[in-house]
Design a protein around this ligand. Structure first.
Ligand SMILES: Cc1ncc(COP(=O)(O)O)c(C=O)c1O
Length: 392
């Protein structure tokens, strides 16, 4: 990579900074799951250097030996300021937040607060596979309300699932993915208001996973679930983890609407022992000082999304793709290629490119793969070339 275009903020595009040789020295899941000759475009890690303010904050903490237990509300205050500036949402109440170890463990704790063993949890497949794994591990029951063909929430299907879940006895919850992984769908204010109204009508508690909220690259603005009228009893999880590539620096925030503060207050104090103090420091620095880096990233991701559309048209016209407006993930419908339920196997074995299999994403996942766009345009192009080569 010879050229590193700069965003108008003066930040280089983080997706074009690192060479493949350097990335291969990483020891995280993306780089160590498959043999060296496989190009990894699967798990949600980004091929970026960290934002400089994050590096500085964590390095300063290490130099100081500031590696004890987390304390205080700096993370929540940083998120409140970011939410006001970015999404025009001034309603994030720091006193109704709690630091949790990460988003999925936060989801588990929120579900423990509002449901009991055996109770139903509604999800919208195809959806992030751990939604199934964590819910089932918690002894709750997944109820599917599949997205429509337009990859948006189908409110009639959702209502039917709510009716079914609420009618089964016990306490029902809805695990909303907003923006949606794997499709990149950004739910509109109108859709979310409908969700809130249905949830209230059927007595279903909403837990919104908003980890991808900073990663909106299209025209539809992100709307925090708790900002929507009728969502007062909602719970949400937010984190800087996806936006700034901090999954290894564990921390996330649980947020409660005004009608859910008493629920959040019941969360046991020991849950707060899980997050890493360095994680909290990193996430706080990202939200406070990492917005120029984020903007440069989003510009790069938007470029990659356009590039992918062109590459697919040229090399893989049989793949159907409805580009999303958020996340750095692309959901590819490979059913017309005749590769069966799990095309990721063919792409891996014959093309030496690792994509996420669609099958664990639930109903609607078979015949699909998820591709991770958060890499350089060169690597993305090579990935698509390898996919095409697997078909020859
Ligand atoms: C929708 C969604 N939720 C949660 C996570 C995981 O977040 P964490 O590592 O904070 O548990 C991811 C990771 O990709 C995700 O896409």
């Amino acid at each position: 990579m010879t050229r590193t275009p700069q965003h108008r903020s003066g930040e280089p595009d983080p997706l074009r900074v690192l060479t493949l040789d350097r990335l291969k020295r990483r020891t995280s899941m993306k780089w160590r799951t498959y043999p060296e000759d496989v190009l990894p475009l699967w798990v949600a890690e980004m091929d970026v250097p960290l934002a400089e303010p994050v590096v500085r904050a964590v390095t300063d903490a290490l130099r100081l030996g500031d590696t004890g237990y987390p304390a205080g509300t700096a993370y929540a205050e940083a998120l409140a300021a970011f939410a006001a500036e970015r999404w025009g949402w001034g309603g994030l109440a720091v006193e109704r937040t709690a630091v949790v170890p990460d988003v999925m463990l936060g989801v588990v704790e929120m579900l423990k607060l509002v449901t009991g063993p055996g109770d139903p949890v509604v999800v919208n497949p195809p959806v992030y596979p751990p939604f199934y794994q964590f819910v089932e591990h918690l002894d709750r029951r997944v109820v599917e309300a599949p997205l429509g063909a337009d990859l948006r929430i189908d409110t009639e299907v959702l209502e039917e699932a709510f009716r079914h879940a609420a009618g089964a006895g016990g306490r029902a919850a809805y695990l909303l993915c907003s923006p949606h992984n794997p499709t990149g769908t950004v739910h509109t204010a109108t859709e979310l208001a409908t969700v809130a109204a249905l949830a209230e009508r059927y007595g279903v508690r909403v837990v919104a996973d908003e980890i991808h909220a900073p990663l909106v690259t299209g025209g539809t603005p992100f709307v925090p679930y708790l900002s929507v009228p009728g969502a007062e009893r909602g719970l949400a999880l937010m984190s800087a983890s996806k936006g700034w590539n901090l999954a290894g620096l564990k921390a996330a925030l649980a947020l409660a609407g005004p009608g859910a503060g008493a629920d959040l207050a019941r969360m046991p104090e020991e849950v707060g022992h899980g997050p890493s103090h360095l994680g909290v420091i990193a996430h706080t620095a990202a939200l406070r000082e990492g917005t120029a880096w984020l903007d440069a990233l989003l510009a790069g991701l938007a470029g990659n999304r356009r590039l992918l559309t062109g590459l697919l048209a040229e090399h893989l016209p049989g793949v159907a793709h409805l580009p999303g407006e958020a996340t750095y993930l692309a959901w590819l419908d490979c059913r017309a290629l005749g590769l069966g339920d799990d095309p990721a196997e063919t792409f891996l074995n014959r093309g030496r490119v690792a994509l996420s299999s669609g099958i664990p994403f639930g109903t609607g996942g078979a015949g699909h793969v998820r591709l991770n766009l958060a890499t350089s345009p060169e690597v993305l192009a090579e990935g698509v070339r390898r996919m095409a080569a697997a078909l020859r």
